[in-house]
Design a protein around this ligand. Structure first.
Ligand SMILES: *[C@@H]1O[C@H](CO)[C@@H](O)[C@H](O)[C@H]1NC(C)=O
Ligand SMILES: *[C@@H]1O[C@H](CO)[C@@H](O)[C@H](O)[C@H]1NC(C)=O
Ligand SMILES: [Zn+2]
Length: 279
């Protein structure tokens, strides 16, 4: 049963405001982006590697076609440390950056190195699917190999340059509102304009965005899912999902597609992809 909380009502208001803001900018002559998620500039129109690449993400993950591996467990450093977080509407997605004196890292799990967390962002409508199933929300934790490259930008498109962690959020009728998702939804109105930033008023731990257990995960080499769609990305996608409430899914689905959207798989055959499932 869903009892709309006062936070929910605030969020609904925020949504209306956001929607009007987006309409405004559309009427006012477009957002100036070369790529987006509309018919005229969406994934079907993306060029270069996005079209011709051989290892393009996302893909449909399946236990049945995956090679089972016993990687050592994933290890997360400083994901448990409360940090100041800035939310940003970059015109394509909601992006979170963590301000920490020492940067959070992901390692282990068969990764060739430790990778530093650069940003977290969201796709409303998951990009990866699990056994053909699309979830309402997918978070991407973007990391780069800081031993080999100075910055995220320098690591893009390089062998072993990027490691992205994908987490699915699943609708659950029994669940209460997911606290951390509510916190994000609640502040969205503050970043309704493209380029707008908002420093969250309370600290957040990156691991709050994780499911209960992170033991099982898929691993494969793919690409970024936004132009230039650079390949060489080491993907880790957790098999376990994070439950969110039906009310939250409803709110997420009401967002305008041009800000929060996803690239669907254009991979008709998974031959060539080596997908591993750790268990
Ligand atoms: C899928 O990729 C092929 C090239 O591999 C391209 O010709 C086709 O237009 C793409 N389809 C979509 C839906 O993006
Ligand atoms: C977090 O933000 C608060 C308030 O803006 C600031 O006083 C504090 O120094 C920040 N902490 C870190 C570690 O950046
Ligand atoms: Zn992404």
């Amino acid at each position: 049963m869903i009892t709309p909380s006062s936070a929910g009502k605030t969020t609904l208001l925020a949504l209306v405001t956001l929607f009007i803001a987006v309409l405004d900018s559309a009427v006012g002559g477009g957002d100036g982006h070369e790529w987006g998620y509309d018919d005229h500039n969406g994934p079907k129109k993306w060029a270069g590697t996005c079209k011709s690449g051989l290892f393009q993400s996302p893909i449909d993950l399946k236990q049945s076609i995956s090679h089972l591996r016993n990687f050592e467990p994933l290890v997360f450093f400083l994901y448990d440390k409360p940090a100041n977080v800035t939310m940003k509407n970059n015109g394509h997605t909601l992006k979170l950056t963590f301000e920490q004196s020492c940067v959070a890292q992901m390692a282990g799990g068969g990764l060739p190195a430790a990778f530093s967390l650069a940003q977290i962002h969201f796709h409303w409508g998951s990009e990866h699917t699990l056994n053909g199933r699309r979830y309402p929300l997918e978070a991407h934790f973007v990391h780069y190999n800081h031993k080999r490259y100075d910055s995220l930008g320098a690591a893009v498109g390089k062998e072993d340059g990027l490691a992205v962690l994908g987490v699915f959020y699943e609708e659950s009728s029994e669940e209460a509102d997911n606290g951390i998702v509510d916190k994000l939804l609640e502040h969205l109105a503050r970043v309704s304009d493209e380029g707008a930033e908002f420093k969250m008023t309370s600290k957040m731990r990156a691991e709050e965005l994780f499911p209960e257990d992170i033991d099982k995960f898929f691993r494969y080499r793919g690409s970024l899912t936004t132009p230039e769609c650079n390949e060489g990305v080491l993907w880790t996608v957790l098999e376990k999902t994070v439950p969110i409430s039906s009310a939250q899914v409803y709110m997420i689905k009401s967002f305008p597609r041009q800000i929060f959207a996803c690239k669907s798989s254009n991979t008709t055959s998974l031959s060539g992809f080596e997908v591993y499932l750790w268990q």
